[in-house]
Design a binder for this molecule. Structure first.
Ligand code: HT7
Ligand code: ZN
Length: 844
C-alpha cells in the first residue's frame, strides 16, 4: 500500500463550481447520477485529470454532453478533458445494503445513511475526494422512504423525492444523505441576529422519548457559540439523525449531523449521568464544527488537528462553562493520560500533525484530538484570554470559506499578538510526551525552581528539540496560605530556572496547576508534601493530583515490596471524603484510584516488568482497606447524597450520585452487596441501577441481577450494550475471557454492530488483568474476532488493534504470545489496509 506524505501536497488540477447529485435509492442497486462543473485551477501544477472512485459500477460518463470512456483504476479514473471549463456527468451503481464497512452510503436497520469522512465519498460517486476541493452541492433524492434528508436547506419535496441545496461551499467529506422511516423531535432556535432555525432530531420509531435532552444540549451549544465565539448558525435548518450502526461517535456533516445512537439518545431510565454528560459534549462538538471544520476546513488530512484539536478544545470549554470547570479538567486529564500518553509512549506515537500515513482512518487518534486540544489550551495560556479572542476573530474573518493549514492557524496568532510561534510549532511536529523534571532550592528568602525537559525518542524521531512549555505555578506557605497566586512561567530552554524573592519560609510549590501543559512532571516529593497539597492546594486540579500521586506511590510499594496499604493515604483520603465544603463530584474523583493501565505504565517507566495480576490484586487490597478505614463514614456519605428530587442530569445531581455510588462500591465490600441489592431493587434511573448492578457483580452476587437486567431491558439495544460490558468489566480476571467468550455466543451478540462489538471485545481489552491472562487466552480470543471482523469492517477492526499497543511492557512469555497473535492476524489473506498498517506499526 502507498504511503502518503505531507511534503507531497499539491493543489488539485481543477476547481469545482457546482455539484448536482441525483440518488435513485435501492438497497442493492442505488443509482447515483452526478453533474459536476469543473474549471482549471490556475494555482495547480500540471497533472492528469483524476477522480477518486472505489467499488463503483460505472454506467455512463460524458463531458459537455458527449459520451467518454475513462480509464478505470483501483482507486478511481483518469480521462482526457478539455483545457477550459467543462461539465462532467456520470451515472454509477452502488449497493448500500451490502456495505458493512459503514463508509460511503450504507444501510442501518433499513435506513439509508452515509459516512464520508475521511474518504467515504469516493464510494458514492467519482469525485475529487479531498478536503481542499470545495463546492456547492444540490441533491435530489428519489426513494419510497418517508423522510429524505441531505445537507443545506430543503428546496423541493413531493411524493417519492426531495431536493436539498447547500449554499456553503464544502468538501465532499461533509456530504450526507439519510432516508428512512424516521420520526422528528422538533425544536426551534432564534439566532442572535433574529433568524429562526428549524431544529430536528430524527430517530427510529420507539426512540422519540429519548431526544429531549439532546435538543436542549443543541440549543445550549448554539447559544454558547454565539456568546463566547460570536459564531452564528448559517442555514434555515439543522438536522441530527440517530443511527445504530456507526463506526465512531458522530459526524458533523453540514446541516445534517449523523450520530451514533449511543451519542444522542438519552433518558433517565436508560442512560447514566456519564452518558448524559458525554452526549451533551458530543452534540456541542459536532455543532461547533460548523465553524471550526466546515466553514473553515482542512487543506489536507495531515491538518486534521486544525479542526479536531480546536473543536475538542471548544467543547471542553463549553462543558466547563455549563458544568464544573475543575471536574471537567480532572476528567479530561484522566482520559488524556489513559489514551494519549499511552499512545505517545508506544509504537503508535505520532505528531499531532503527522507527516505520513497509509490509511487516514488510523489517524483519528487521541494524539490528534486530545493532545491537539491541549495545544490550543497552551496557546491560550501563553497569549492570554484577550489575545486568544482577538486571534480567533481574525481566524474566522481571514479564513472563512477556505481549506487551511496549521501554518495559517499559527500565523493568525502571530499577527494578532506579535509573537513568534516558531518554537511553539514544534508541539505539532514532535511526537512523544515531554518529561519535565523539577528540583528546588531555598536560601535567603529566595526560592528557585530548576526545570529541565526531555522527550524520549519515538518511532522515526530520535532527536527532540526543547519546546515552549507554559508552567502554571503557585506557592503555599507551611500554614497552607498561598504566598504566590497562580503564575505562568514560560519555559523555552532545555533547562531553565525561575526564582521568587521575599519569602519568609521555604514554600511548598504547586506546579503545573490545572495541568497547564501535556507533560509528565517528575519531582522527588515526599508523601507528607503530597498530603499537604491534597489538604491545602487552592488549585483543585493539583489538589486532586496530589491525592492521585499519594495513591500511586502506595500502590507501587504494595506491588513491589508487598507493603500494607498506606495509613497516611487512607487518613488523607478520609479527610477529603468527609469534607462537606468540597464539591461531591470532586470528592468522588479524589476517591478514585489510578487505573491498572496507569500502574502498569508507572512500573514499566521505573524499570519493572508489570504483572497485571499483581496490579489488580493491589487495587483490590487497597479498596478493601479504604472500605474498612472509612466504615463509619461510608453509610453517612451514602445516605447524605441520596436525592429526593426528580432526576436531573445536571452537575449538582451528577456529583451527588457519583459520591453516593462511590461510597456504595466500598460499602459493598463490607456488607456483601446488601445495600447495593436494595439500591438495585428500588433504582429509578440507570445511574443508580447500573452502579448497583456493578457492585453486585464485583462482590460475586450478580447472578440474579444479570437475569433480571436482561429481562427488563432486552428490547433496548443501548442498555443491553451496558449489560454486555459490565459483566466483563466486573468479572474476576481469571474468568473475564470465559465470560467474554460466552457473551460472544449470546443471541444478541453481533459483530455487525460496532457498539455491540466494542461493548464485548472492547470491555475485555479494557480489563488488563483479564485480557493479559498469562495463558494468552485473551489475546487469542481478541485475534479470532479481529480476523472475523476485518473483512466486514476494517475501520473498527483497526481501531481495536490498539489493545496490543503496550505489548512491549510485558514479560517475555506474554510478549511471545502477543507477537504470535499479531503475526497470525498479519498473515490473514486479504487483510485490510487499515488493520495491516496498525499491526505493522504496533509490531515494529
Ligand atoms: N469528524 C468526525 C470524525 C470521523 C468519523 C465519524 C464517524 C464515523 C467515521 C468517522 N471518521 C472520522 C467526528 C468528529 O470528530 O467530530
Ligand atoms: Zn470532531
Amino acid at each position: 500500500p502507498q504511503t502518503i506524505h505531507l511534503a507531497d501536497y499539491a493543489a488539485y488540477s481543477h476547481l469545482v463550481d457546482s455539484v448536482h447529485l441525483t440518488f435513485r435509492l435501492s438497497p442493492d442497486a442505488t443509482r447515483v447520477i452526478s453533474r459536476i462543473v469543473f474549471r482549471p485551477n490556475p494555482d495547480a501544477p500540471a497533472q492528469p485529470f483524476f477522480l477518486h472512485g472505489e467499488g463503483l459500477r460505472l454506467i455512463s460518463a460524458s463531458i459537455d454532453g458527449a459520451p467518454v470512456t475513462p480509464t478505470l483504476t483501483e482507486t478511481g479514473l483518469t480521462c482526457d478533458v478539455p483545457d477550459g471549463p467543462f461539465v462532467w456527468e456520470t451515472e454509477v451503481e452502488i449497493a448500500p445494503a451490502g456495505n458493512t464497512a459503514l463508509e460511503g452510503l450504507y444501510m442501518s436497520n433499513g435506513m439509508y445513511c452515509t459516512q464520508c469522512e475521511a474518504e467515504g465519498f469516493r464510494k458514492i460517486t467519482y469525485y475529487p475526494d479531498r478536503p481542499d476541493v470545495m463546492s456547492i452541492f444540490t441533491v435530489r433524492i428519489e426513494g419510497a422512504e418517508p423522510v429524505l434528508l441531505s445537507n443545506g436547506n430543503p428546496v423541493a419535496q413531493g411524493a417519492g423525492f426531495a431536493e436539498w441545496h447547500d449554499p456553503w461551499p464544502k468538501p465532499a467529506y461533509l456530504f450526507a444523505l439519510v432516508a428512512g422511516e424516521l420520526l422528528a423531535h422538533p425544536g426551534e432556535f432564534t439566532t442572535q441576529s433574529g433568524r429562526k432555525v428549524t431544529l430536528n432530531i430524527w430517530v427510529r420509531p420507539g426512540d422519540e422519548d429519548k431526544c429531549a435532552f439532546g435538543m436542549e444540549a443543541l440549543k445550549a451549544s448554539m447559544r454558547w457559540d454565539e456568546q463566547v465565539y460570536g459564531r452564528e448558525y448559517d442555514l434555515d435548518i439543522f438536522n441530527i439523525v440517530a443511527v445504530d450502526d456507526f463506526n465512531m461517535g458522530a459526524m458533523e456533516n453540514k446541516g445534517l449531523n449523523i450520530f451514533n445512537s449511543s451519542c444522542v439518545l438519552a433518558s433517565p431510565e436508560t442512560s447514566t449521568d456519564a452518558n448524559f454528560e458525554r452526549i451533551e459534549a458530543i452534540i456541542a462538538h459536532e455543532y461547533f464544527h460548523n465553524w471550526t471544520g466546515n466553514r473553515i476546513t482542512c487543506r489536507d488530512w495531515f491538518q486534521l488537528c486544525l479542526k479536531e484539536g480546536l473543536t475538542v478544545y471548544r467543547d471542553s470549554q463549553f462543558t466547563s462553562d455549563v458544568r464544573s470547570a475543575p471536574v471537567k479538567r480532572i476528567e479530561d486529564v484522566i482520559q488524556l493520560r489513559a489514551r494519549q500518553f499511552r499512545e505517545d509512549n508506544g509504537p503508535l506515537a505520532h505528531p499531532v500533525r503527522p507527516e505520513s500515513f497509509v490509511e487516514i482512518n488510523n489517524f483519528y487518534t487521541a494524539t490528534v484530538y486530545e493532545k491537539g486540544a491541549e495545544l490550543i489550551g497552551m496557546l491560550k495560556t501563553l497569549v492570554g484570554d484577550a489575545d486568544y479572542a482577538r486571534a480567533l476573530d481574525l481566524y474566522f474573518e481571514r479564513h472563512d470559506g477556505q481549506a487551511c493549514t496549521i501554518e495559517d492557524w499559527l500565523k493568525v496568532f502571530e499577527d494578532a499578538t506579535g509573537r513568534d510561534l516558531g518554537q511553539f510549532k514544534r508541539w505539532y511536529a514532535q511526537a512523544g510526551t515531554p518529561r519535565l523534571s523539577v528540583t528546588d532550592e531555598f536560601a535567603d528568602g529566595r526560592y528557585t525552581l530548576h526545570f529541565s525537559q526531555q522527550t524520549p525518542p519515538t518511532p522515526g524521531q530520535d532527536q527532540k528539540d526543547p519546546r515552549v512549555i507554559p508552567i502554571a505555578v503557585g506557592l503555599l506557605n507551611p500554614n497552607g496560605d498561598e504566598v504566590l497566586p497562580t503564575t505562568v512561567l514560560e519555559m523555552t530552554q532545555a533547562s531553565q530556572s525561575f526564582s521568587f524573592d521575599g519569602l519568609a519560609t521555604r514554600p511548598i510549590p504547586s506546579i503545573l496547576r490545572n495541568f497547564s501543559a501535556p507533560v509528565i512532571l517528575e519531582r522527588a516529593t515526599s508523601n507528607a508534601e503530597r498530603a499537604f497539597l491534597l489538604a491545602h492546594d487552592t488549585d483543585p486540579f493539583n489538589r486532586w493530583e496530589a491525592g492521585r500521586a499519594l495513591a500511586r506511590d502506595g500502590l507501587i510499594r504494595m506491588i513491589l515490596e508487598g507493603a500494607a496499604p498506606d495509613t497516611a493515604f487512607l487518613e488523607a483520603l478520609q479527610a477529603v471524603a468527609r469534607d462537606d465544603s468540597l464539591d461531591p463530584a470532586f470528592r468522588a474523583l479524589a476517591m478514585g484510584l489510578p487505573s491498572q493501565d496507569d500502574l502498569a505504565q508507572t512500573l514499566f517507566d521505573m524499570g519493572h516488568t508489570p504483572d497485571p495480576q499483581a496490579i489488580w490484586q493491589a487495587l483490590e487490597t487497597l479498596k478493601q482497606a479504604m472500605a474498612q478505614h472509612m466504615q463509619d463514614l461510608l453509610p453517612r456519605l451514602y445516605a447524605q447524597y441520596q436525592i429526593e428530587e426528580a432526576y436531573r442530569p445536571d452537575a449538582t445531581q451528577t456529583g451527588a450520585r457519583a459520591l453516593a455510588n462511590t461510597a456504595l462500591a466500598l460499602l459493598s465490600r463490607l456488607d456483601g452487596g446488601a445495600q447495593a441489592q436494595r439500591q438495585y431493587d428500588s433504582a429509578g434511573n440507570m445511574t443508580q441501577q447500573l452502579a448497583a448492578y456493578g457492585c453486585l457483580l464485583t462482590v460475586g452476587k450478580g447472578t440474579a441481577a444479570t437475569t433480571a437486567f436482561y429481562e427488563q431491558w432486552k428490547h433496548d439495544r443501548l442498555v443491553i450494550d451496558k449489560w454486555f460490558s459490565l459483566q466483563i468489566a466486573c468479572a474476576d480476571p481469571a474468568e473475564a475471557v470465559d465470560v467474554t467468550r460466552a457473551l460472544t455466543k449470546h443471541p444478541d451478540f453481533t459483530m455487525k454492530n460496532p457498539n455491540r462489538f466494542r461493548a464485548t471485545l472492547g470491555a475485555l481489552t479494557a480489563s488488563p488483568a483479564g485480557f493479559h491472562q498469562a495463558t494468552g487466552a485473551g489475546y487469542a480470543l481478541l485475534a479470532d474476532w479481529l480476523i472475523r471482523l476485518d473483512p466486514l469492517n476494517p475501520q473498527t477492526t483497526a481501531r481495536m488493534c490498539s489493545a496490543f499497543e503496550t505489548w512491549r511492557r510485558y514479560d517475555a512469555g506474554r510478549q511471545g504470545l502477543i507477537k504470535a497473535q499479531l503475526d497470525r492476524i498479519l498473515s490473514t489473506p486479504n487483510l485490510s489496509r487499515d488493520t495491516a498498517e496498525m499491526l505493522g506499526r504496533i509490531r515494529g
